[in-house]
Write a protein that binds this ligand. Structure first.
Ligand code: HEC
Ligand code: HEC
Ligand code: HEC
Length: 414
């Protein structure tokens, strides 16, 4: 037993005294499986794996306004991965966005969220990563424009926009709420996509979780997507119950929506692996977010809305019904949908032009059994003008109050 404990301690870079007496092989394997669970919660695999590439070996390209950045190899290979990193070095990356030599990491790696993860959880993830098959692979060099290619400049960015620190539980809230907040704001890094950013890529705290646009490759094509408002606003999750949220994250669909587009990776690689208790905690936290939204454009004029209403009834009403309420046999409601009502209609335009891009891996057995028909693409059936009119109509019908969709917005997504 002593050797196993000593090995575990040495492996974690801790002194034996810090771990004794609980540390033994069983403890190590428990730590590793906890780490595996937490790595799923943090969705390391989606960002650190290329299509067809070895798990966690990196090389996935991120297109930003500043150029292209590649994720790193986080397998335990000692030369090209993080095999020689101590727990302290790994903690430095997760908590402070720093490499062991002190160079700064780009916040595309969501350490702005991961900084909230507890020491124990970081140690568990570290222990799990050690069990992954080491892969010798060096990702491509970044292609960033000056001055964004200067890592030292990230030090200034961090001074302005990054606050490191662990999650501080709010004593006035329940344990379940705190667990949800810890997962959403920490490992789950939902705000990295769902909170808008300023021109230097810093998150706007006043508009936290009200939705944001960013570029993501989906099925090989880079496109602008808007991540929905997740607050209780009417354009957000107002109509989603606690169960709706938990089900969507665990099963990949609920009565109100089915997963498609960028959320495919989030659900398939991350949230569906969470326990029922944890998705319930996430739902409790999200339902507690006060209504908040970004300004939306004004409505389209009546002639446009009339033309749009006709297009809707012909093309969309068959599944989503003329009332927008959908049905269990055809498709979900578009009435009250966060995708329809988002201040930024990019995702709404994408699903109309390209259809619902469904996950390749079924998120759950239940997902396959959902009774809906498949939503096809309308890129070849509708002109930009027709799409703009139809979506403007959906955004103002049935009591909706979201702004008009313009021709230019549709043209940009095509
Ligand atoms: C949203 C995408 C994304 C997610 C999710 C993500 N990473 Fe990364 N990670 C990156 C990118 C991009 C880099 C490279 C940053 C740079 O070069 O400055 C990186 C860098 C790192 C590094 C630094 C490695 C080095 O050699 O410098 C570590 C360690 C790391 N990630 C671990 C993780 C772990 C563990 C998880 C899951 C808990 C995770 N990452 C989730 C995108 C991501
Ligand atoms: C990589 C970016 C990204 C991350 C990370 C992310 N989301 Fe999303 N989310 C999106 C986008 C884009 C949409 C809208 C299109 C879609 O459904 O893919 C969306 C939509 C949603 C919706 C509405 C779905 C619908 O069809 O109406 C919910 C609910 C949601 N996200 C919850 C979450 C939660 C909870 C987390 C954190 C665990 C999270 N998201 C993390 C990008 C992201
Ligand atoms: C053949 C049936 C069908 C038709 C026709 C159809 N849809 Fe859909 N739609 C669906 C299904 C099914 C989904 C859910 C995605 C999935 O399959 O999981 C969906 C999802 C959506 C969503 C996302 C809702 C949310 O909150 O996640 C929007 C928006 C949408 N459709 C708009 C449209 C528009 C606009 C049209 C007409 C141009 C249209 N749909 C035509 C079946 C259909």
């Amino acid at each position: 037993m002593k050797t196993a404990s000593a090995a575990l301690a040495a492996f974690l870079g801790l002194s034996f005294a810090q771990l004794a007496p609980a540390a033994d092989e069983a403890a190590l394997s428990e730590l590793q499986s906890k780490g595996k669970y937490l790595s799923a919660a943090g969705n390391c695999v989606s960002c650190h794996t290329t299509e067809g590439g070895a798990a966690l070996a990196g090389g996935l390209a991120f297109e930003t306004d500043f150029g292209t950045l590649y994720s790193t190899n986080i397998t335990p290979d000692t030369e090209t991965g993080i095999g020689s990193w101590s727990l302290e070095a790994f903690t430095g990356a997760m908590r402070r966005g720093e490499r062991p030599d002190g160079t700064h990491l780009y916040p595309v790696f969501p350490y702005t969220s991961f900084t909230k993860v507890s020491d124990e959880d970081i140690a568990a993830i570290y222990a799990y990563l050690k069990t992954v098959t080491p892969v010798r692979y060096t990702p491509p060099e970044n292609e960033l424009s000056f001055p964004y290619d200067q890592r030292w400049a990230l030090g200034l960015w961090k001074t302005l926009y990054f606050t490191q620190g662990r999650y501080e539980p709010q004593t006035a809230q329940s344990a379940e709420w705190n667990r949800g907040a810890y997962l959403v704001e920490g490992l789950g890094h939902c705000s990295e996509c769902h909170t808008p950013r300023n021109f230097l890529g810093a998150k706007d705290a006043e508009l936290a979780m009200t939705g944001s646009a960013y570029t993501e490759r989906v099925e090989g094509k880079a496109s602008v997507w808007s991540a929905s408002n997740l607050t209780s606003d009417n354009s957000g999750l107002a109509m989603w119950s606690h169960e709706d949220i938990a089900q969507y994250l665990k099963l990949g669909f609920n009565e109100r929506a089915g997963v498609f587009g960028p959320m495919n990776n989030v659900v398939v690689n991350s949230t569906r692996h969470l326990s029922q208790t944890d998705v319930d905690a996430v739902a409790t936290y999200l339902k507690s977010l006060p209504a908040n939204a970004q300004a939306s454009a004004g409505p389209a004029d009546d002639a446009v809305l009339r033309a749009g209403s006709l297009q809707y009834d012909i093309h969309c009403g068959t599944c989503h019904l003329p009332t927008g309420e959908g049905s269990a046999e055809t498709g979900p409601p578009v009435l009250g949908s966060p995708v329809v009502l988002d201040a930024d209609p990019s995702t709404l335009i994408n699903i109309t032009l390209y259809g619902a891009q469904l996950p390749e891996t079924a998120p759950s057995p239940e997902w396959q059994g959902r009774g809906w028909k498949r939503m096809e693409s309308y890129a070849n059936k509708l002109s930009d003008e027709q799409v703009a009119a139809l979506l403007s109509y959906m955004r103002s019908a049935w009591g909706h109050e979201a702004g008009a969709v313009t021709l230019e917005q549709v043209a940009r997504q095509r």
